[in-house]
Design a protein around this ligand. Sequence first.
Ligand code: MN
Length: 134
Amino acid sequence: METTEQEYVMSNTRILVVEDNRDNMTLITDILESLNYTVISAYDGQHGVLLAQSEMPNLILMDLSLPLKDGWTATREIKRDEKLKHIPIIALTAHAMSGDRERALDAGCDDYVSKPINVPDLLVKITTLLAAKK
Ligand code: MN
C-alpha cells in the first residue's frame, strides 16, 4: 500500500526543531507529528547542537533568536562538523525586513521560512530538502 509505505518513511524521518517559543514549538510539533514525522525538540541553541550530534536528525528547523547560543552560531557549528554538515537546516526568521535571512544563508542554512509560519510553504521546503538528500 502506497499510503502505508509513505507513512512508514515519514515516521522514520526525524526532524530536530530548535525553538525557544513554546507556542511555536507546539504548533510545529503538532503539524509534523500529524504527518507522522518524528520530532526532537530543543529550546536553546546549545541543546540544539548537542541533539544534532547525538540524534543525527534528517533535517533541522532552526529559530535564530535563541537563548545560550543563537541560531546563526548553532548553524555554523553544525555545518562545520563533518558528520553533521549534510543535514539540511531551515531557518525560522522573525523579521522580514532585517538581515536575518541573508545572515541565515551566510551561516549555512539551506533555506528559511518567515514567521508567522506559512504551513504549506514550510512543508514544501521540508519535503524538497529531504528529497534532495535521498
Ligand atoms: Mn526565538
